[in-house]
Design a protein around this ligand. Structure first.
Ligand SMILES: Cc1cc2nc3c(=O)[nH]c(=O)nc-3n(C[C@H](O)[C@H](O)[C@H](O)COP(=O)(O)OP(=O)(O)OC[C@H]3O[C@@H](n4cnc5c(N)ncnc54)[C@H](O)[C@@H]3O)c2cc1C
Length: 423
């Protein structure tokens, strides 16, 4: 009988270096601490080895090594896992962050992109051709994890989820084989990776459809938050043309330099706006939001699409608790609940994020993502000052209150997502 591999099986670092094209980083190497650091704080894990793979051949060899030795395998693309999945204690980290090749076929409007690219890097490369694929709201998030989870971003109401534009993927499966997944080849695998997360193999590159989009009207619009303003903001976002996507954060104003000192600590709507079209139509689409209250700050302006991802501070590793769910609507009572919840918070930073979805035909292109026509998504976040269990409880409470808040007789569909973090 074959013995099952033990997780104490030794891995020879010199042999691994000789076998692989990419970089092998062991605990005694310079750069080890930087290489084991992920976006979120609170994960002080020490992998046995980190392999910055160079190509699909390396990926296959590392997957086989994990299988043969029984060592835990953690995959990392952009390192933004909310639950620390991309770093392992005592296992192997397969780090794709140096696989950043991108081939753009501007004529056919398609791109093959390796999964070590971030959303911002992809946007810059595609933007040079006046083309886009929609990812999330943050440039440093990896296209690997984001795409496999569905991808909800600045262009969701215009073009749909990221997976709606995924045409094919190259995937290394658990037996170390490199296979193509698309509508014709391995269609089950193709279905699974469009929303099923990172459980079906290592995606080494994706083929995406691109859309023509040069300039957007986007940026931050900050208004004082009352229940009326929040409710009207959501209603305006629902009624807006499909070219407009709004990400609405309700929070106490942090002491940011572009906010007047008297606003600091006050409840605000910090909305991230993106109109996928020209300046005049964009101004018209944004006008109803500006009219809701005297803006505290208005940084919405025409810009090349890649600028929607501003530079991010380096070496910031927050510890967050996040809960995400889909709801049919955010009504006036929900808005009051959000105001009460955020105002009564003693956290360093507490926020509720509402993303108005809908738009498009809602049909998407299939795949395993659970939600096709969600009108709204609500993320509750609370950060940094409470102990983990209290943070989790407080974050969950907002979701529960919004869910219970449905007026009697009205059907409220709530879908709880696995997208949650209690660190
Ligand atoms: C600041 C921030 C903003 C965000 N904004 C958005 C947003 O606007 N929209 C949105 O949809 N999501 C958003 N997210 C969630 C984000 O999409 C997920 O956390 C995603 O998993 C991160 O991808 P990554 O490659 O950076 O993460 P990683 O930590 O590198 O990967 C996370 C996990 O995904 C899987 N995975 C990653 N790459 C591969 C691969 N190539 N093959 C197989 N499995 C893989 C693995 O299981 C891995 O452990 C945000 C997250 C953060 C932290």
């Amino acid at each position: 009988m074959q013995e099952s591999p033990s997780n104490t099986t030794t891995i020879s670092i010199p042999k691994l270096r000789a076998d692989l094209e990419g970089r092998v980083i062991a605990p005694d190497d310079p750069g080890y601490d930087e290489a084991r650091t992920v976006f979120y704080g609170g994960f002080d894990r020490r992998p046995l080895v980190i392999v910055r793979v160079a190509d699909a051949g390396d990926v296959s060899r590392v997957v086989s090594l994990a299988r043969e030795t029984g060592r835990e395998l953690a995959l990392r693309s952009g390192g933004h896992s909310l639950v620390g999945h991309s770093v392992s204690d005592g296992g192997i980290v397969l780090d794709l962050s140096e696989m950043k090749a991108i081939e753009i076929d501007a004529g056919r409007r398609t791109a093959w992109a390796e999964t070590g690219l971030t959303a911002g890097e992809y946007a810059t490369a595609a933007g040079a051709h006046g083309l886009v694929t929609g990812f999330g709201d943050t440039g440093s998030v990896g296209i690997g994890g984001l795409t496999l989870g569905g991808g909800v971003g600045y262009l969701v109401r215009t073009f749909g989820l990221t997976i709606d534009h995924l045409l094919a993927a190259d995937v290394v499966t658990a037996d170390g084989r490199l296979v193509r997944a698309d509508a014709e080849s391995n269609p089950d695998l193709f279905w699974a990776i469009r929303g099923g997360g990172g459980n079906f193999g290592v995606a080494t590159r994706f083929q995406f459809r691109l859309h023509e989009l040069d300039t957007v009207v986007g940026g931050m619009l900050i208004l004082p938050a009352t229940a009326d303003v929040i409710h009207s903001f959501v209603a305006a976002a629902e009624e807006a043309p499909e070219e407009l996507t709004a990400i609405i954060n309700v929070m106490a104003a942090p002491p940011m330099p572009f906010l007047p000192p008297e606003a600091h600590g006050k409840l605000i709507v910090m909305a991230l706006m993106c109109y996928a079209g020209g300046p005049e139509a964009g101004e018209r689409a944004i006008a109803p939001f500006r009219a809701l209250a005297e803006p505290i700050a208005d940084m919405v302006h025409p810009m090349p699409y890649p600028e929607i991802f501003p530079p991010e501070p380096e070496d910031v590793h927050p510890i967050d608790s996040v809960r995400t769910m889909f709801v049919d609507a955010i009504d006036r009572r929900d808005a009051e609940t959000i105001v009460e919840h955020i105002q009564s918070s003693t956290a360093l930073m507490a926020a509720a994020q509402i993303r108005v979805l809908g738009g498009g035909d809602g049909a998407g292109s299939g795949g395993s993502h659970g939600v096709r026509t969600p009108p709204e998504s609500l993320h509750a976040e609370r950060r940094r000052d409470l102990r983990a269990t209290r943070r989790r409880r407080r974050v969950r409470a907002l979701g529960v209150r919004v869910r219970r808040g449905a007026p009697s007789g009205r059907h409220r569909r709530v879908r709880q997502l696995p997208h949650r973090r209690g660190g």
